[in-house]
Ligand binder design. Structure first.
Ligand SMILES: C[S@@+](CC[C@H](N)C(=O)[O-])C[C@H]1O[C@@H](n2cnc3c(N)ncnc32)[C@H](O)[C@@H]1O
Length: 246
């Protein structure tokens, strides 16, 4: 039971993250990727050891302001169900629940350490948020479960071959009329030049706006568009805000 309502999940026997997912097999953990039960992921601060400095760093870079803007953008109403994919240390999920106590919030992330911090954060704030361990391309929820799905600072970190499945999963778990809110780095000409300098050391892929919107279309999402952007002092690329509907 979550927040007084039964939450049906697509459980798989034993560990959910099995080699049945073809994208997960044989990808060796490398720089900036952490292995968990057959799968790897890019942790919040790039490396596991850096997780404790993720929140202070994000705060220093003004993430608090962005989180508030994202909450406004979600246009929430009492009774809504919200899923935060790649919730990390739970800052956005907790803030949503603090500002909208009548909304049910679920955060999902593959990183157990980030989820432990997120759970702690929710407890300290005295709010109820449900956190699940999982990956964006295998959402453990029933069809049409959520009114809003958000995903901030994660999409570039998802391997290219899992991006379309992720968007299809978003479409599946959204209720008709529900909206998807994506905040992600996007490639600019200046960023493209810097990208070539850092790319050899990184295992993630930053896309341009058109490519991201085209994939949202392909996944069945309606009217995907870029609605705004945030500056980003940490990486060579700014952050785009995209919205789409089911
Ligand atoms: C840069 S952090 C962003 C965290 C949070 N959304 C925020 O805006 O502060 C990226 C998060 O994505 C998670 N992540 C990485 N790969 C993922 C995947 N395939 N599915 C879901 N989450 C993933 C990481 O564990 C990490 O917590």
């Amino acid at each position: 039971m979550v927040l007084g309502r039964s939450f049906s999940r697509r459980t798989r026997k034993g560990n959910s993250y099995s080699p049945h997912n073809p994208g997960s097999v044989n990808r060796p953990p490398g720089l900036g990727r952490t292995a968990t039960s057959h799968r790897t992921y890019f942790p919040a601060a790039g490396f596991d050891w850096a997780l404790p400095i993720y929140d202070p760093l994000a705060k220093l870079l003004g993430a608090g302001k962005y989180s508030s803007a994202v909450v406004d953008w979600l246009e929430l109403a009492p009774g809504h169900w919200v899923l935060d994919i790649g919730c990390g240390t739970g800052t956005l999920a907790v803030l949503i629940r603090q500002l909208h106590p009548g909304v049910a919030v679920v955060g999902l992330d593959p990183d157990p350490r980030a989820l432990a911090l997120a759970t702690h954060k929710a407890e300290r704030a005295g709010v109820e948020v449900h956190f699940d361990r999982g990956f964006s391309d295998q959402l453990p929820y029933s069809d049409a479960s959520f009114d809003r799905v958000c995903c901030t600072g994660v999409f570039s970190l998802i391997p290219p071959e899992e991006k379309e499945t992720t968007l299809r999963e978003v479409h599946r778990v959204l209720r008709p009329g529900g909206s998807f809110h994506l905040v992600d780095l996007f490639k600019t000409p200046r960023g493209s030049f810097l990208w070539h300098l850092v790319k050899p050391g990184l295992r993630f892929e930053v896309w341009n706006v058109d490519k991201t919107i085209a994939l949202m279309h392909q996944a069945g999402l309606i009217n995907p568009r870029k609605t705004g952007q945030f500056p980003n002092w940490f990486w060579p690329w700014p952050l785009a805000c995209y919205q789409a509907f089911r």
